[in-house]
Design a protein around this ligand. Structure first.
Ligand SMILES: NC(=O)c1ccc[n+]([C@@H]2O[C@H](COP(=O)([O-])OP(=O)(O)OC[C@H]3O[C@@H](n4cnc5c(N)ncnc54)[C@H](O)[C@@H]3O)[C@@H](O)[C@H]2O)c1
Length: 256
């Protein structure tokens, strides 16, 4: 029970990796705030947590909208009185080259994927400072090892890795740690969207598995366990880190 009587806010936790993180923090005793644009998904996550004996609330949030994020912060503090962990996980992915990406799609990726990290961190920092809490940002192996036809997305994930280091050095002396996770392919929404954008989604899924040294894609819980570690006191001397959780994807191409 590493987070007993503590509060964790997870953005984009109405599905996929975010939902797994919300469940993992609740499993460690945290009161969890499930913040997502998708209210139905957020409520389903809350139900799953309650069914497992945990405590969570759903808050409809658009991480790219300053007033929505301010409302998230106010509701979190009104309900639980404090916050110890912020997981900035919400993101979208446009599977296109820069030439095919519209200006609106480019802006949407920047404002949700990077702007969301900025806004949530900015407005939760005063409270995280009070608890000497920590931030876990969801980046990607695509922050340093890119793939075709998701240029804007790769740019946002590299920006998150940079922002993680910058925030770590700005706030480390205040006791706030900031790290990011770089997952490989994980069986969740964004990877599924990528597979579906390919001519043969099933083939694309199989081929993606073989890009990893372990010859499979990962499970959301395998990322969630690392998020819990990074946010916990077990990682008390870890800050500014990009933690790779990629089944060996970034190590190089495995044998065929
Ligand atoms: N799935 C993968 O293979 C993979 C790999 C590397 C990194 N990641 C990262 O993990 C994170 C989660 O990805 P996933 O695959 O679980 O995706 P997902 O689509 O299952 O979940 C993303 C969630 O974010 C929410 N969201 C989208 N826009 C939002 C907004 N403006 N405000 C609030 N919530 C919003 C969605 O409603 C959704 O519930 C992302 O940051 C992604 O970049 C995923």
């Amino acid at each position: 029970m590493k987070f007993k009587n503590k509060c964790a806010v997870v953005t984009g936790s109405g599905s996929g990796i975010g939902r797994a993180c919300a469940l993992a923090f609740a499993g460690e005793g945290a009161n969890v705030v499930v913040a997502d644009l998708n209210v139905q998904g957020a409520q389903d996550t809350v139900r799953l947590i309650a069914a497992a004996g945990g405590k969570a609330i759903a808050i409809e949030t658009d991480v790219s909208n300053p007033s929505s994020v301010e409302a998230l912060v106010a509701q979190t503090i009104n309900t639980f009185g404090h916050i110890h962990t912020l997981v900035n996980n919400a993101a979208i992915q446009v599977n296109k080259t820069i030439e095919d990406t519209s200006f609106e799609e480019w802006n949407a990726q920047l404002s949700i994927n990077v702007g969301g990290v900025f806004l949530c961190s900015k407005y939760f920092l005063p409270y995280l400072r009070n608890t000497r809490g920590s931030i876990v940002n969801m980046s990607s192996v695509n922050s340093f090892f890119v793939e075709p036809s998701c240029a804007g997305y790769c740019a946002t994930k590299a920006a998150i890795a940079g922002l993680t280091k910058a925030m770590a050095i700005d706030h480390g002396h205040e006791g706030v740690r900031v790290n990011c996770i770089c997952p490989g392919y994980i069986d969740a929404g964004l990877a599924e969207g990528y597979f579906q954008s390919q001519a043969d989604p099933e083939k694309a899924r199989k081929e993606a598995g073989k890009l990893h040294a372990l010859w499979r894609i990962g499970r959301p819980e395998e990322v969630a366990r690392v998020a819990v570690f990074l946010a916990s006191d077990d990682a008390s001397f870890v800050t500014g880190a990009s933690m790779v959780v990629d089944g060996g994807f970034g190590s190089g191409l495995p044998p065929k």
